[in-house]
Ligand binder design. Structure first.
Ligand SMILES: [Zn+2]
Ligand SMILES: [Zn+2]
Length: 304
């Protein structure tokens, strides 16, 4: 199975600290990279954690609070300085292009690579991106500005060839593509070898859900049910649950309640308020509800 890797670049919230930068993550699957959110310092963290900017062609922005998007101008201007030529697509609420374009126009050369803005409607559940490796859908959230999470769903892969059987039936290479896609093999005498004798089933597609800033909301559960890994914001501890409600954020316990109700396999929490020096209490509170929880910290890498 090919790795489906997530690197946490920033695990902090509005006020970045030296250990917890603004929000950003990079997913890697089948040789492609996808960025989710791009707060201040994202490019610094990419360098620090050796996440290459090549093959990063798509960036998904959950909402237009600065801790989720203010790093774009810096990242894009660095890409231009490095001589990038491929276009870069950014998926975000429509206002982003009005905010970012004047900055990019001022600082980057006319012959720089193209930045393509794709407007998304954070209130609607829809597929906003697809390629050979995966699809990306929006998950509407409840926050102070239009906000959505993202569901990354791996596409069904091909069946696995059983090498000894392929050799035993002396199957030509040109037939292998169709066999990996489920075809039987028919030899020149019309003898049929059933696909099940030649292959084993494809890997089960993996799913990663990213829940950005939000008030506790069970409306997301049907979309994230049973995902391999759920990232859910946990800005506050239980002692500050009123503050969470006022600012339309979640607590660690609420993130864990969502994970439990949605029967996800693993929960990663982050987006901690800078008011807390220690993150262990976040883990303790979340694990009291959902055992398989880990803390996002800058530089955390995990695979699905
Ligand atoms: Zn935030
Ligand atoms: Zn926010």
């Amino acid at each position: 199975m090919e790795p489906f890797r997530v690197t946490i670049l920033g695990s902090g919230s509005a006020l970045p600290t030296k250990d917890n930068f603004h929000a950003s993550q990079v997913l890697e699957l089948r040789g492609r990279r996808y960025m989710i959110d791009c707060g201040e310092g994202t490019q610094i963290k990419m360098g620090q954690y050796k996440v290459n900017v090549s093959r990063l062609n798509n960036i998904f922005i959950s909402h237009l609070h600065s801790d989720h998007c203010i790093g774009l101008a810096g990242l894009i201007s660095t890409m231009a300085m490095l001589g990038r030529s491929e276009p870069l697509s950014i998926y975000a609420y429509k206002d982003l292009k009005n905010i970012l374009l004047p900055t990019l126009d001022y600082f980057t050369d006319d012959d720089s690579f193209e930045v393509i803005f794709h407007d998304i409607n954070p209130k609607k559940k829809e597929i906003v991106y697809e390629d050979k490796a995966l699809t990306v859908s929006t998950i509407p959230l409840k926050h102070r500005v239009p906000t959505c999470g993202f569901l990354f769903e791996e596409r069904q892969g091909e069946r696995h060839l059983i090498k000894q059987m392929i050799e035993a039936f002396d199957i030509p290479i040109r037939e292998l593509k169709a066999i990996k896609q489920g075809a039987d093999f028919v030899d020149k005498d019309g003898f049929v070898v059933k696909n099940e004798r030649l292959t084993t089933p494809a890997d089960v597609p993996r799913r990663y859900a990213y829940i950005s800033d939000t008030l506790y909301t069970e409306s997301i559960i049907p979309q994230i049910e049973g995902v391999d890994c759920l990232f859910h914001e946990a800005t506050f501890l239980e002692q500050d649950h009123r503050r969470a409600k006022e600012t339309l954020h979640s607590t660690a316990i609420q993130a864990a309640q969502i994970a439990k109700k949605a029967k996800v396999k693993k929960l990663v929490i982050g987006h901690y308020s800078a008011r807390y020096r220690q993150h262990k209490p976040f883990l303790d509170e979340a694990r009291s509800v959902f055992e398989n929880t880990v803390l996002a910290e800058d530089g955390l890498i995990f695979e699905l």
